[in-house]
Design a protein around this ligand. Structure first.
Ligand code: NAD
Ligand code: IPM
Ligand code: MN
Length: 363
């Protein structure tokens, strides 16, 4: 198979973990006789420094012309005080909107060797396996106005939460479609006791549920959902929610798996290239030190192979290699527990690459 992958490493550990994901994709290409062309492009703080904007037109063109986009992370203290319209994070939002990647899948599954790595007790996290389906191109992140202004002589600020029913429907349908292939349960998370947008979200969820009689739908308020994620994470199968709730709940849920550095994501579009990005950020506190866990980025690459290229076997080989490296006791610092060896980003990448090569030599 011949494919073009746009690569946007971004800032901070984005660069380090993306290098790991690309090395893994190269190993897969070698072992399975695929040709992946990697086209690197600038984005985020790095692009602000070079071009004055976080998403240069050329970067967007490269992404649109690709078969899939692999991103690292953007942002950092250096750009925390640039005007909001050109912040690194704004570039990421522009990219998501331009690619129309409205469905952000964040799978939370506990790798058996990491059952001890979560701050939650082992019996609560063993066998946890659910997916957060986060709406990614609407809601508070994109509503206008979003501005500071004077009202009656007072300094005021407004952010706008905006959704069309159609935007709600397509993401909720995505969640139900995913549930059909899993344990057939959707938890729709909202704040319907306060927000009108959530009351409409609930109505839309009920409408969609009628089309899927074999799938169970439950509604849960977001504050209760935050609690349930800790009390009994095993109860979830597919959780669907709007943009900002999904952002917050997914970082929380990542700790069930041991670390934010374990959480991959796929941001899917139906009409063009999709975007694959670890859920974590640029981690300025550890950037440049070789400490970052590359597994979220590497598992995002596996999601890329599965969702964009239909390469199920290759994706499974990457996931198995990650399991093997963890099973052998290798840990980056974020996963450290006594008795295990802490290794660097590049060593963890190498362990995973070696496991892929060994695996394909056997089969
Ligand atoms: P962060 O996700 O960068 O880091 C939060 C904590 O998790 C830090 O202690 C960090 O060291 C740790 N961590 C994150 N990823 C890790 C990994 N792979 N391995 C080991 N430890 C890891 O969040 P933050 O510190 O709140 O934000 C830093 C910057 O990143 C901000 O500018 C923010 O806007 C940006 N950000 C970008 C993205 C993205 O590009 N998709 C996502 C989240 C945050
Ligand atoms: C994420 C990040 C982004 C988001 C930021 C950097 C815009 O936190 O991908 O989870 O909130 O979507
Ligand atoms: Mn986030």
């Amino acid at each position: 198979m011949k494919k073009v992958i746009a690569v946007l490493p971004g800032d901070g550990i984005g660069k380090e973990v993306t290098q790991g994901a690309v090395e893994v994709l190269k190993a897969v290409a070698n072992c399975f006789n695929h040709q992946f062309e990697f086209v690197y492009s600038s984005m985020g703080g790095e692009a602000i420094d070079q071009y004055g904007v976080p998403l240069p037109a050329e970067t967007l063109t490269i992404c649109k012309d690709s078969d899939a986009v692999l991103m690292g992370a953007v942002g950092g203290p250096k750009w925390d005080h640039v005007p909001p319209s050109v912040r690194p994070e704004k570039g990421l939002l522009q990219l998501r909107k331009a690619l129309d990647v409205y469905a952000n899948l964040r799978p939370i599954s506990v790798h058996a060797p990491l059952a001890d790595a979560s701050p939650l007790k082992k019996e609560y996290v063993t066998d946890v396996d659910f997916v957060i389906v986060r709406e990614l191109t609407g809601g508070l992140y994109f509503g206008t106005p979003s501005e500071r202004r004077e009202e009656n002589g007072e300094q005021t600020v407004v952010d706008t939460l905006h959704y069309t029913r159609a935007e709600m429907k397509r993401i909720i349908k995505t969640a139900f479609d995913i549930a059909l292939l899993r344990r057939k349960k959707v938890t729709s998370v909202d704040k319907a006791n306060v927000l009108e947008s959530s009351r409409v979200w609930r109505e839309v969820a009920e409408e969609v549920a009628k089309e899927y009689p074999e799938v169970e739908l439950e509604h849960m308020l977001v504050d209760a959902a935050a609690m349930e994620l800790i009390r009994c994470p095993k109860r979830f199968d597919v959780m669907v929610t709007e943009n900002m709730f999904g952002d917050i709940l997914s970082d929380e849920a990542s700790m069930i798996t041991g670390s934010l550095g374990m959480l991959p994501s796929a941001s899917l579009s139906v009409k063009g290239p999709s975007l694959y990005e670890p859920a974590h950020g640029s981690a300025p506190d550890i950037a440049g030190q070789g400490k970052a866990n590359p597994i979220a980025a590497i598992l995002s690459a596996a999601m890329l192979l599965r969702h964009s290229f239909g390469l199920k076997e290759e994706a499974a080989v990457i996931e198995k290699a990650v399991e093997q490296a963890l099973g052998a006791g290798y840990r980056t610092a974020d996963l450290y527990a006594e008795g295990q060896s802490v290794i660097s980003t590049s060593k963890m990448t190498q362990e995973i690459v070696d496991a892929i090569i060994d695996d394909s030599a056997i089969s």
